[in-house]
Design a protein around this ligand. Structure first.
Ligand code: 5AD
Ligand code: SF4
Length: 450
C-alpha cells in the first residue's frame, strides 16, 4: 500500500531537487527506525541532507527522559521561522514522544504549522500521511495505541554497508516504575524466527559483517510466540550463517538472562563477548521500588557466573541516580556495586520524572543539587574503573572492524565493543583487521597495525 503513495509523492517531487533532513533522538531502536524512514523518504524523491535548509524535516523523538522534550519544542520554533521563507517546507514528527497525550494536545492547539505526526506503531504509514497532508494542506495527526499491523517488508538505508541492526522483539512488558517505554511502545511482540534469520542472511549477502539484534529486552524473545523459540536458539541459528563475522545484541534484562544464553555466548564463535546488562541501582530497597524484580545479590551472582564462563567478557550497564527516596546509603550501595563488578563502561542517567509512571507518584523526589552531587561522584568512580580496566589491553592483539576513516586515521571496535584508533588507509573500511594496542585511555585505545 505504501508503494502507491511513495510513487505519487515521487511524481510530485520529480525534477525539483528536494532535500530532507532527519533528526533522530534516543536509543538504537529509534536509530534503526530512522533507517527505515529514510529509505521511504529517499524513494519519495528526496535527497538526504544534513543542512537545515531542507524541504522536509523529520524528528524521530524519544521520551525516556524529559530533556529531549524541551529540545524538540525549541527546534520547532526554529523551523516555524524557516517555513516563512519556504511555505512548502514539511515538518514531520514521529516516535515515542508522540505516543503521549499531552504532547499531541500541545501540537494540536499551538503547533498547527507541524504537517504530519505519527507514533511508534504506524511509522510505515509515513508516505500515506504525507500524501494526505500535501493534498489537503492541513495538519495530519495519526497516533495508534497498539500495534495493529505487523509490517515486515521494510527495506532500509544503512548508515554503514558492513554493519546493520535487526529488530527481533518490539515493546516491553516489564513496567519498571520509572520507565515510559511500555506505555509508548506497547507489549512484547516477537518477530517470526525464520523472518529474522532470513533478514540476517539477506543482509550478509548484501555485505554486512556485523549484526546487532535489537529489542527492549532481547532475553524475552520468543516467550510470546509460545512455540518453544527463544533467544539462545535464535543466536545459535544466526551463528551458522556463512559470511557473518560478528553478532551483537542489546538490551538484556538481568532477570531473564538464562544459563542457556550464557553458554550460547561462550560456545558460538561469532557472538561478541560484550554484554549490556542494565543494573540501574545497587540498593535492594531502590531496586524493589524500581520494580526491577532482582536483588543486588542476584545481579552480582549472575555477573560472577558470566565472568566464570566467559572470562574476557566486557560488561556495560545503565545506572539511574536520584530515584525517589534514594538515600546516601542507597547511593553508596550503587557505588560499591559498580566497584565490585568493575564495569567496562556505563551509561549514567539522572532520574527524570515521567508522567503516567508509578515512580512519578512516589513521595520524596530528590532535590536536584543532591542528585547532581551523586551523579558527579558516580562519574568519578566510573572513570577510574573504566580507565583501569582498559589497561588490560596494553600490548594485546585485537581484531577490529574498521568503521570510520578520517585523514589516514581509522576507528573501529574490538569484540568487547571498545573504541580503537589507529593509522591506516581508507580501503580498510569495513574490514576486520588485527592491531596491537600501544596506549590505553579511559574510553578508547590506541593501536598500530601488525
Ligand atoms: N529517568 C532516567 N533514566 C531513565 N531510563 C529509563 N527511564 C528513565 C527515567 N525516567 C534509563 C534506564 C534505561 C535507559 C535506556 O534509560 O537506565 O536502562
Ligand atoms: Fe523500560 Fe524496564 Fe522495559 Fe527497559 S525493561 S524498557 S527500563 S520498562
Amino acid at each position: 500500500m505504501s508503494e502507491y503513495y511513495i510513487k505519487q509523492i515521487f511524481e510530485l517531487n520529480k525534477g525539483k531537487n528536494k532535500k530532507a533532513k532527519i533528526n533522530t533522538f534516543g536509543c538504537q531502536m529509534n536509530a534503526h527506525d530512522s533507517e527505515k524512514l529514510s529509505d521511504m523518504i529517499l524513494k519519495m524523491g528526496y535527497e538526504i541532507t544534513n543542512d537545515n535548509d531542507a524541504d522536509l524535516v523529520l524528528f524521530n523523538t524519544c521520551c525516556v527522559r524529559e530533556n529531549p522534550e524541551d529540545k524538540l519544542f525549541g527546534n520547532l520554533g526554529y523551523f516555524k521561522n524557516k517555513k516563512k521563507n519556504n511555505p512548502d517546507l514539511k515538518i514531520i514528527l514521529c516516535g515515542c514522544m508522540m505516543q503521549q497525550k499531552h504532547i499531541i494536545d500541545k501540537l494540536r492547539s499551538s503547533y498547527n504549522f507541524v504537517d504530519v505526526v505519527f507514533g511508534t506503531f504506524n511509522f510505515h504509514k509515513l508516505p500515506e500521511l504525507l500524501y494526505n497532508n500535501i493534498m489537503s494542506n492541513s495538519q495530519i495527526i495519526d497516533i495508534w495505541d497498539e500495534a495493529k499491523e505487523f509490517e515486515e517488508n521494510f527495506s532500509l538505508t544503512r548508515k554503514f554497508p558492513f554493519k546493520a541492526s535487526v529488530n527481533i522483539i518490539y515493546g516491553c512488558n516489564n513496567f519498571c516504575s520509572y520507565c515510559i517505554v511500555p506505555y509508548v511502545r506497547g507489549r512484547e511482540r516477537s518477530r517470526n524466527f525464520n523472518d529474522i534469520v532470513d533478514e540476517v542472511k539477506y543482509l550478509v549477502d548484501d555485505g554486512v559483517k556485523e549484526i546487532m539484534l535489537l529489542g527492549q529486552n532481547v532475553n524475552s524473545y520468543g516467550l510470546d510466540l509460545k512455540n518453544g523459540e527463544n533467544f539462545a536458539k535464535l543466536l545459535k541459528e544466526i551463528n551458522k550463517i556463512d559470511g557473518l563475522e560478528r553478532i551483537r545484541f542489546m538490551t538484556s534484562h538481568p532477570k531473564d538472562l538464562s544459563d542457556e544464553l550464557i553458554f550460547t555466548m561462550r560456545d558460538c564463535r561469532k557472538i561478541c563477548h560484550h554484554l549490556h546488562l542494565p543494573v540501574q541501582s545497587g540498593s535492594n530497597r531502590i531496586l524493589k521500588l524500581m520494580n526491577r524484580k532482582y536483588t543486588r545479590e542476584y545481579y552480582l551472582k549472575l555477573v560472577e557466573k558470566i565472568k566464570k564462563n566467559i572470562p574476557d567478557i566486557a560488561l556495560t550497564t545503565d545506572i539511574i541516580v536520584g530515584f525517589p527516596q534514594e538515600t546516601n546509603e542507597d547511593f553508596e550501595d550503587t557505588l560499591s556495586l559498580v566497584k565490585e563488578v568493575a564495569f567496562d563502561n556505563a551509561f549514567t542517567f539522572i532520574y527524570s520524572k515521567r508522567e503516567r509512571t508509578k515512580a512519578a507518584k512516589m513521595p520524596e523526589q530528590i532535590p536536584s543539587e543532591i542528585v547532581k552531587e551523586r551523579f558527579e561522584k558516580l562519574l568519578d568512580v566510573l572513570n577510574n574503573i573504566v580507565g583501569k580496566k582498559n589497561e588490560r589491553y596494553l600490548g594485546s592483539t585485537q581484531k577490529i572492524l574498521v568503521e570510520e576513516y578520517d585523514n589516514n586515521k581509522l576507528t573501529g571496535r574490538n569484540e568487547n565493543n571498545i573504541l580503537v584508533h589507529f593509522n591506516g588507509k581508507k580501503n580498510l573500511l569495513g574490514n576486520l583487521v588485527d592491531v596491537k594496542i600501544i596506549n590505553c585511555k579511559p574510553f578508547y585505545l590506541v593501536a598500530e597495525r601488525i
